[in-house]
Write a protein that binds this ligand. Sequence first.
Ligand code: COA
Length: 167
Amino acid sequence: MSASHPVVAVYPGSFDPITRGHEDIVRRALHVADRLIVAVAHTATQSKSGLFSVDERLDLLREVFAGEDNVEACAFEGLLVEFARTRGVRFVIRGLRAVSDFEYELQMTQMNRELWPDMETIFLAPEVDYSFLSSSLVREVARLGGDIGRFVSPVVAERVRAKLKGE
Ligand code: COA
């Protein structure tokens, strides 16, 4: 890291919605990068039926990181490598919660490397308290009336509740 050559990284994902586990990865990423782009993918590799639209996920990300000048939230369509190349970003951050994440992450990393050899993926482990978290589990717990307050920021919990009421 240096003032003249700030290190910029992209943290891509579906973030439907952002959880405290994602927030933890963002904070850790800022130990290795000066600036982080949290990027909501229009096209996730695994097909998922979501809760929030891409714009709503972006709004939540912006609210959660409102006080952090070095975190930018944006969305991208198409390939991650094309988005990163266009933004001139060579570092990708991904979280590894457990060994079960590894095979899928390695496969994506190697495919991305085939597509753009200059891009490097940096894996970060979240706090162990968040290693079981996923957005779909948060959605499921909320749908079934459970308390998601420990797993997401208050603004996210509030928005999930409002969204489910309207469903
Ligand atoms: N805390 C909480 N949950 C976490 C987490 C953490 N630290 N790290 C991962 N997760 C969860 C997510 O909540 C998500 O849970 P869900 O499946 O219940 O929604 C799951 O892990 C994985 O989701 P995510 O990290 O968002 O990855 P993804 O598989 O949805 O998408 C992309 C990964 C967006 C990076 C990939 O699809 C992509 O690059 N897409 C663009 C198109 C492209 O380039 N394709 C070719 C890729 S080789």
